[in-house]
Design a protein around this ligand. Structure first.
Ligand code: DAH
Length: 338
């Protein structure tokens, strides 16, 4: 029996040393040490031994069992370690390889909007938003532009139903903000606007505007001028001159357009300013009393000014771009310049 045990040990240790996987290891464990395994089979023979012989053989059997078990644990650990190392090698990434990733940057329209926002936030304005799919009421009616008003020219507006449309201007955000809040307020509202224009160098069915609105007590045209001149100087340089020409908008009275001295020729006259020396950059005016009444404000107590500008136009002037379509074509050779 002693010989059998020693042979068993040798075979077990040999097989263990050869085994390559956890599965194999498991099979060997069952084969040698399992309930019906070889060791158990040999130990059944203990009953045939004399009582004198039994303790020594029993002891030997235990020692052999322990030795085999120790070997199992060691081998188990080794195989797991090998698997781990292999996995690490397979998943190894060289983080030092130089990459060819080109870092993205902001679109020119976003850059201009960022600049405009910075300037007005610096002047104490908050940023407001409103929906692009708008009610006729907010886009026109509440802005003192009733159904039969010529400024509504049906051809310019994308209607979805009789009462629902794609906003043609950011001005409806004025109404939505005033409805929700009490005066005083100073907001700008940037966003997309839509008009059914054919695409060309200066027209697009979708473009961007920034609306501005100041409401308080005793606001004057002087406040409007001071604010917008400060904006023009920040945006286009300290030497920029501004002038205000009378104009008409339904929701302001009086209304004006603001021009800045041409940034290309400094007012001398060139192709960009069509030899006038001036560039029109925005519309503005004192908020019409009807508009204030429409949102439940008392025009006897509060008043204010509003303005609206086109982001594309400002970007074209500032960057010297002559075709609006470039903003939407995603041509990297164009975009990479900013
Ligand atoms: N909503 C006008 C447009 O799209 C621009 C405008 C003009 C906005 C005067 C104003 C304003 O707030 O006071 O042409």
């Amino acid at each position: 029996m002693e010989e059998q045990l020693i042979l068993l040990k040798q075979r077990a240790l040999h097989d263990l040393a050869e085994s390559q996987s956890l599965d194999e290891l498991n099979e060997l464990r069952i084969k040698f040490l399992g309930k019906k395994g070889e060791l158990t089979q040999i130990l059944k023979g203990l009953t045939l031994l004399s009582p004198d012989e039994r303790p020594a053989i029993g002891k030997l059997a235990n020692e052999i069992k322990e030795e085999i078990e120790r070997e199992f644990s060691r081998k188990n650990f080794d195989i797991k370690q090998q698997l781990k190392t292999k996995k690490m090698e397979e998943e190894w990434i060289d983080v030092t390889i130089p990459s060819k990733v080109v870092i993205g940057h902001k679109h020119p329209l976003t850059l201009i909007l960022d600049e405009i926002r910075e300037i007005f936030v610096g002047l104490g304005y908050e940023v407001a938003e409103g929906p692009e799919i708008e009610l006729d009421y907010y886009n026109f009616e509440a802005l003192n532009t009733p159904k039969d008003h010529p400024a509504r020219d049906i051809q310019d507006t994308f209607y979805i139903t009789d009462e629902i449309l794609l906003r043609t201007q950011t001005s409806p955000v004025q109404i939505r903000t005033m409805e929700k809040r009490k005066p005083p307020l100073k907001i700008i509202a940037p966003g997309r606007v839509y008009r059914s224009d054919a695409v060309d160098a200066t027209h697009s069915p979708m473009f961007h505007q920034v609306e501005g609105l100041t409401i308080g007590e005793h606001i004057t045209m002087g406040d409007l001028k001071g604010t917008l001149e400060a904006f023009a100087r920040e945006m286009f340089g300290k030497d920029r001159k501004a002038r205000f020409r009378p104009h008409y908008f339904p929701f302001t009275e009086p209304s004006a357009e603001m021009d800045i001295s041409c940034i290309a020729c400094q007012g001398e006259g060139c192709r960009i300013c069509k030899f006038t020396g001036w560039l029109e950059i925005l519309g503005c005016g004192m908020v019409h009393p009807n508009v204030l009444e429409n949102v439940g404000y008392d025009p006897e107590k509060v008043n204010g000014f509003a303005f609206g500008l086109g982001i594309e136009r400002i970007a074209m002037l500032k960057y010297g771009i002559n075709d609006m379509r470039l903003f939407y074509e995603n041509n990297l050779r164009f975009l990479e310049q900013f």
